[in-house]
Design a protein. Structure first.
Length: 226
C-alpha cells in the first residue's frame, strides 16, 4: 500500500471520500504532514518503535562522540539506549549506562584504557552526545544498542511496509487527527478502535523490547586495566 492509498482509506473512514473518489493534491499533502506529525509524536512517547538497532563506531581515544544524522555515528538519533559494550582484540566488555547524576561524580576524566566502564547519553537534538569513561583508546570499537524512532514518509508514492498492527493503528489514529479539520465528528467506535490499536502496539513493544538492559560489567570508580 502506498501512502496515498493509505490516506484515501483514512479519509473514507471519516466519511470525507466515497468509494472511488480521490482527495485533492492539497488535501493529500496536508494528510501526509499530519501522518508524519503523528508518527513523530508517537516516537517521542516510544510507542511505535519495534526493533532494537545496533550501531558500531571505531573509537579514537576521544572522550565523547555524537550520534544522529551527520554525527560521528550517522544514523537516526536514538530515543532510548538499551545497552552498550566496547570491543578490543576480540574481547567485549559491557558498559554501564548512567544518569547525569552519576556521571558528574567522576573526578578524573583524563583516564584512558582499552575499555570503558560508564556511558552517559545527553539525548540532545539534532545530535546527541555519547560520553565514555574511561576514554577507550584507538583500536577499540563501541557497539551501541538502542531504540530508534519510526521513520516518517517523504512522499505520497512511498510504500508503507510496517509490522502487523501498525497500519491499522496509524489509520484509525490519523482519522482522529483529520476528522476535526473536515468538521466531522469521529464515530465512537472509530475513536475507541484508535485507542485500543495504539495501546496494543505499546503493550507489544513493552513485552518484546522490555526495560533498559542492566550492564553486567564493573560499575566502580576504578579504571579498568589498559
Amino acid at each position: 500500500m502506498t501512502v496515498q492509498q493509505f490516506i484515501n482509506a483514512t479519509l473514507r473512514l471519516i466519511g470525507v471520500l466515497d468509494s472511488g473518489e480521490t482527495p485533492t493534491t492539497t488535501e493529500s499533502n496536508d494528510a501526509l504532514d499530519a501522518l508524519n506529525q503523528l508518527i513523530t509524536s508517537w516516537s517521542a512517547a516510544g510507542v511505535p518503535i519495534y526493533a532494537v538497532a545496533k550501531d558500531t563506531l571505531a573509537l579514537t581515544g576521544a572522550p565523547s562522540y555524537t550520534i544522529g544524522t551527520g554525527g560521528n555515528i550517522t544514523t537516526a538519533r536514538p530515543v532510548k539506549l538499551k545497552s552498550a559494550q566496547v570491543v578490543n582484540g576480540g574481547v567485549s566488555m559491557p558498559i554501564e549506562i548512567v544518569t547525569a547524576e552519576v556521571w558528574v561524580q567522576i573526578k578524573d576524566r583524563t583516564m584512558t584504557g582499552k575499555f570503558a566502564q560508564q556511558l552517559y547519553y545527553d539525548g540532545a537534538y539534532p545530535l546527541g552526545t555519547l560520553a565514555l569513561w574511561p576514554s577507550p583508546v584507538t583500536g577499540s570499537s563501541l557497539e551501541l544498542y538502542s531504540l530508534k524512532p519510526l521513520a516518517g514518509f517523504a512522499a505520497l508514492g512511498d510504500t508503507i511496509n510496517l509490522p502487523p498492527g501498525y497500519e491499522h493503528a496509524l489509520k484509525y489514529n490519523l482519522a482522529a487527527v483529520l476528522a476535526p479539520d473536515y468538521g466531522r465528528a469521529l464515530a465512537p467506535e472509530v475513536n475507541a478502535e484508535a485507542t485500543v490499536a495504539k495501546a496494543a502496539i505499546a503493550s507489544l513493544n513493552a513485552q518484546v523490547l522490555g526495560p533498559p538492559l542492566p550492564a553486567t560489567g564493573p560499575a566502580s570508580a576504578a579504571a579498568p586495566a589498559a
